[in-house]
Write a protein of this length. Structure first.
Length: 156
């Protein structure tokens, strides 16, 4: 795969929590570049935003009508076909840091692995993947694991 995909894409990671996530952010930046290559994403922009439980609860309640904390929420701008630009504006992925810590313990793997999983899960949603139907779920979850494993982020 050539490196053009990394050069053409712009993705930013914002930490709106008190937690120091510098090391995790460096790894996530490389993982997202790798995922863009794997998915042949070109000329695109998106954001990953780390938030706390209170913030993601409000987002979930206000935008999805679900009154609870969740681990990751994606807002895919390409779903809005009225926006036409020279670049692909994929959207935003919000990740709840407290949920990521809890799920890492629950699933028996590292916090970094959980954070990477949630970022790739959200990224794939931005690209239009979904898991509402069994067939869609199989495709999306297989792709998540493939990206993570090939990058070197393994379970356990």
């Amino acid at each position: 795969m050539d490196g053009d995909y990394i050069m053409e894409n712009q993705y930013k990671i914002f930490n709106e929590t008190e937690e120091n996530l510098e090391e995790e952010t460096k790894i996530l930046e490389k993982l997202l570049g790798f995922a863009c290559q794997k998915e042949k994403v070109q000329n695109a922009e998106f954001n990953i935003i780390f938030v706390d439980q209170e913030t993601i609860h409000e987002i979930n309640k206000n935008y999805r009508g679900v009154d609870r904390v969740t681990d990751v929420i994606s807002f895919a701008l390409e779903d809005n076909k009225t926006i036409e630009l020279d670049r692909r504006l994929l959207g935003d992925v919000y990740i709840c840091i407290e949920k990521a810590h809890g799920q890492a313990i629950e699933y028996g793997h590292s916090f970094l692995r959980e954070l990477c999983f949630l970022a790739i899960h959200g990224f794939l949603h931005l690209l239009g993947y979904d898991h509402m139907e069994k067939e869609e779920e199989e495709v999306m979850f297989e792709k998540q694991e493939e990206i993570l494993n090939e990058f070197g982020i393994k379970r356990g």
